[in-house]
Design a binder for this molecule. Sequence first.
Ligand SMILES: Nc1ncnc2c1ncn2[C@@H]1O[C@H](COP(=O)(O)OP(=O)(O)OP(=O)(O)O)[C@@H](O)[C@H]1O
Ligand SMILES: Nc1ncnc2c1ncn2[C@@H]1O[C@H](COP(=O)(O)OP(=O)(O)OP(=O)(O)O)[C@@H](O)[C@H]1O
Ligand SMILES: [Mg+2]
Ligand SMILES: [Mg+2]
Lengths: 253, 253
Amino acid sequence: VNTVITIANQKGGVGKTDLAVNLSSLLAGMGRRVLLIDFDPQANASYYLAQDEYKLSIADVLLDGIPLEEIIVKSCVKGLDIAPASIGLSAAQLRLASDVNMQFKLKKALSAIKNHYDYILIDTPPSLGPLTINAFTAADGILVPVQTHFFPIHGLSDLLKTVDELREVINPNLRFYGIVLTMYDRRTSLAKEVQQVVTARFNGKVFKTVIPVCIKLAEAPSHRKPITLYAPNNKIGKVYTQLAEEFLKRLEN
Amino acid sequence: VNTVITIANQKGGVGKTDLAVNLSSLLAGMGRRVLLIDFDPQANASYYLAQDEYKLSIADVLLDGIPLEEIIVKSCVKGLDIAPASIGLSAAQLRLASDVNMQFKLKKALSAIKNHYDYILIDTPPSLGPLTINAFTAADGILVPVQTHFFPIHGLSDLLKTVDELREVINPNLRFYGIVLTMYDRRTSLAKEVQQVVTARFNGKVFKTVIPVCIKLAEAPSHRKPITLYAPNNKIGKVYTQLAEEFLKRLEN
Ligand SMILES: Nc1ncnc2c1ncn2[C@@H]1O[C@H](COP(=O)(O)OP(=O)(O)OP(=O)(O)O)[C@@H](O)[C@H]1O
Ligand SMILES: Nc1ncnc2c1ncn2[C@@H]1O[C@H](COP(=O)(O)OP(=O)(O)OP(=O)(O)O)[C@@H](O)[C@H]1O
Ligand SMILES: [Mg+2]
Ligand SMILES: [Mg+2]
């Protein structure tokens, strides 16, 4: 299969890292070979999943041409590896911006190891800057988490315009796998309204599985475990299993 | 007085825009002359407050040297003006990165109009990139909203290290006004734990006024009104009034 999936939304705090970490760990739990690339200088996904201290990061791959396989470390989940980030990625961001060839850096780095994995997920920072563009260039498709608030839907047209522009020249086969609604609080009318607006506008592209507000998801990062290891008996695990199954179905169509 | 306050936290979705918009509108409500500068290419604060369509934005000030006063528009709040953002700010970000003089661009643009206002607040994007550095260079002090979750406290040391580095050479008088805890959900032990950790680490720098989770704050942006206009009888208005009073006291010390 070996599919590369970029998880992006320039609005901050919508659940990109939460989705990247938990979807990748569910896919690994289903027996797939999975790599998560942390492309955010905040390195939240790396803190969440990388078990051991690491010296090299994805910044060394972009800046010094270190092969990607030399920086990959094991995660706390069997079958899931991680290519960790570091604050050095912010410096890489500035160099990426000034050099056209840099745009393909991640894509080139991936080509050497792509066959080792069934799925490669890329977590991105909250911006449409050079790092996210690099991740779009390397991807087969993008997945967009949308918090059920107002501002996250306000920026969707900028995001999808950027994707369309990339598709024209740089990455003609870039698919849009769809929108996952996150932090859905069924007690509020706002969440329902946002769901209606997004479903009317994007129709079949909105996943049926919606991720509810769940305090266990906010607690899991400090325990450095994905949700199915941190709260194995909580119903949120079933929601994420359903999401992983829906994702695989959408991928095959 | 004319104080310039930058509101920053590189973690996304912690309530920077919410704090910038509502604190500036409270200060205007107390009879102060206030300007809010939207320095985020997402332009969330501009959508929230700018009443009329605008042609020029802060990007034109940075890139083409347009005087700041030519782009300032009225907001829906008496006494509060706004210098709006646009997506063109992302292009400015790349140019800012490559030219040392650019670091002082905002500071220089502000010097012409600083005396027209008592308080100038700057909303920043979720990153420690060139735009936020520009805002730190122009500021008298910084205010840091911290969502009561794990990741927002994880990145605080990077943020404060950046502030210390700027203080050494570029902006020796840059103060740290403190931390405002946001989206506090008293039903969860996570919020209490985060409050304890942050208060123990930063002591007197943590505001006593905590902004609770309140659905009215998530609804207000789509109505394009600050909280005191959108929900005048809601107790969240009193919390923000308390916060504005505490902010003025901390400023004077
Ligand atoms: N469904 C959920 N319910 C409750 N909390 C959640 C949920 N999903 C994520 N969180 C928490 O909300 C915060 C924001 O989520 P997350 O960090 O995954 O967003 P992000 O889009 O990656 O943020 P950034 O833009 O900074 O990269 C985190 O503290 C996370 O633990
Ligand atoms: N106390 C609160 N209770 C409930 N919702 C809130 C609260 N404060 C802010 N919000 C909502 O949470 C979301 C995130 O807040 P906001 O956009 O202000 O954060 P931000 O730090 O500016 O995000 P970004 O990093 O994208 O700039 C918004 O949808 C906002 O309306
Ligand atoms: Mg993230
Ligand atoms: Mg904001």
